[in-house]
Design a protein around this ligand. Structure first.
Ligand SMILES: [Mn+2]
Length: 503
């Protein structure tokens, strides 16, 4: 343990924390103090950062629903959360790089706030709540920063490599009197976010624990005839009631039957509204978020508690690739190689099942793996479900089917947190394309494949932390066919298929 970490652990046990009571996790404000320390250390060793630099971040803004005065439930902007852990909207934050001194700027609220929103707290309240050095009002940013006589303000401007969107750079009245550098901060802070501290890992263990339990509650409760959204609702209820998770990390994907092959099912155009039928596979991809730290877990299981032989075969093919990747993961391993490993196992297993025929090496040459797994094997996870830092300068996206969907092509490093989410899907659009392409069609046994039209898909998604010589599995749900079948049978109080009993 380094002195820095020992000091932060001591601060963690003594200082203020975020806590929602009951069995929820206490998260020390020291987590964010350590993040700021790490950021300043990185910036001080950057030759483009002069002495007397100040980092300036703008927090998320409270917005309303379209033209109305109905407030949208606020969730903090992720870089601001990583740096300050502040839950309130409309703040700014500054960090003096040389000293690490932190200044939180809060909005000066109108008197009416006290009537409609609650007591107006003084700056000292927030100074203690967030363990920052100073708290001032946002209408003082210009004068407070000028009094520090900074050489440069470092603001955040950079592209999110998953969305292509650009971060919102801090701006305030009077900024033109300062020298501003908006280029140097983004790659440095993104790189800090890629490697999780022990305190951050503790939060991600917690979000995974609660979300794993919630998935098990869903598996216990599922019945033929239910709507998919009833399970979405149960997941959210469990996460919030037991885990204090007001948000999920992303929109819940609750696909049953053919919907399980729609990769991002659950959006407003396909809002988890199908009735779950006997014989359906359920592919439920859901993750709770606590204090802005996320989780991302997918369970695939038969709605009636019993796999058919075909469902079992596909499920076990995916489980085999999932387990192979978990065993191979360690520092230094290339993430695209893990994707290739999963693809190869899928192709081998699909050949055993009879859907494919021929030489697997030749299949790899025509990228046949991407026909069944068009998405990437997994992605970095943290405050954002698709966490930042997947493609820093020097790491190029591989422009090949499947691999181009990877949200990172990095070598693994201890402290990274990632999802491992191989899947096999039967997507008519892609299957028809492949059958029309002689280079791919020659490997496909269309007679066997036609049996799997409308099958849907299987995804098995776990969250892992990369350790010194392997990985730590954060997700804990029934995974083998036997575990799932016996877990569901026990939960439903029967020893075999309970489909007919529940109609
Ligand atoms: Mn995922």
């Amino acid at each position: 343990m380094t002195d820095r970490v020992r000091r932060s652990n001591m601060a963690a046990s003594e200082g203020p924390s975020f806590w929602l009571g009951n069995e929820t996790l206490k998260v020390p404000a020291a987590l964010f103090a350590l993040n700021r320390t790490r950021l300043c250390e990185r910036l001080r060793s950057n030759k483009d950062v002069p002495k007397k630099s100040i980092v300036l971040l703008q927090g998320g803004e409270q917005t309303n629903r379209y033209c109305t005065d109905t407030g949208v439930l606020f969730r903090q902007e992720s870089y601001f959360h990583w740096t300050f852990g502040v839950t309130e909207a409309d703040c700014y934050g500054a960090v003096e790089v040389d000293s690490g001194n932190s200044i939180l700027f809060i909005p000066r609220l109108p008197d009416s706030y006290a009537v409609w929103m609650g007591k107006i707290q003084p700056p000292e309240f927030f100074r203690q709540k967030y363990a920052v050095n100073e708290v001032r009002y946002t209408d003082e940013i210009s004068s407070v920063l000028a009094s520090k006589n900074p050489s440069v303000l470092l603001t955040l401007r950079g592209v999110n490599t998953d969305s292509g969107s650009v971060t919102r750079e801090a701006s305030f009245e009077g900024i033109s009197q300062f020298v501003v550098n908006n280029a140097v901060l983004h790659p440095e802070i993104a790189e800090c976010r890629v490697i999780k501290t022990d305190m951050e890992l503790e939060v991600l263990r917690y979000t995974n624990k609660i979300s794993s339990e919630a998935h098990k509650e869903v598996m216990k409760a599922v019945k033929i005839g239910m709507k998919e959204y009833e399970l979405e609702s149960l997941f959210q209820h469990y996460c919030y009631k037991r885990g204090g998770m007001r948000h999920t990390s992303y929109t819940c994907i609750c696909g049953s039957g053919h919907n399980s092959s729609v990769l991002h099912y659950g959006h407003a155009g396909a809002p988890n509204e199908k009735t779950i039928e006997d014989g359906d596979l359920c592919l439920f991809d859901m993750g709770g978020e606590y204090y802005c730290y996320g989780s991302d877990i997918t369970c695939t299981f038969p709605a009636n508690g019993k796999f058919t032989p075909d469902q079992r075969a596909i499920y076990e093919a995916v489980l085999k690739s999932n387990r192979a990747v978990l065993s191979a993961v360690k520092p230094g391993v290339s993430w695209p190689d893990m994707h290739r490993l999963a693809d190869r196992i899928h192709l081998e297993e699909l050949t055993k099942i009879g859907i494919l025929r021929g030489n697997v090496d030749d299949m790899v040459k025509v990228h046949l793996g991407a026909l069944f797994m068009p998405h990437g094997l997994g992605h970095l996870l943290g405050i954002d479900v698709h966490d930042v830092g997947g493609y820093p300068e020097g790491v190029e996206r591989i422009d090949l089917p499947g691999l181009r969907s990877l949200r990172t092509a990095r070598l693994l490093v201890q402290g990274m947190v990632l999802t491992v989410e191989p899947g096999i899907y039967f997507i008519d659009h892609l299957l028809d394309q492949a059958l029309a392409d002689p280079a791919q069609a020659c490997f496909i046994n269309n007679e066997v494949l036609s049996r799997f039209r409308g099958f849907g898909g299987v995804r098995i998604e776990d969250d892992i932390a990369v350790t010194a010589n392997g990985m730590e599995l954060l997700t804990c749900v029934p995974r083998t066919v036997e575990e799932i079948e016996s877990f569901m049978a026990e939960a439903h109080g029967v020893t075999k298929s309970f489909a007919s009993a529940s109609v």
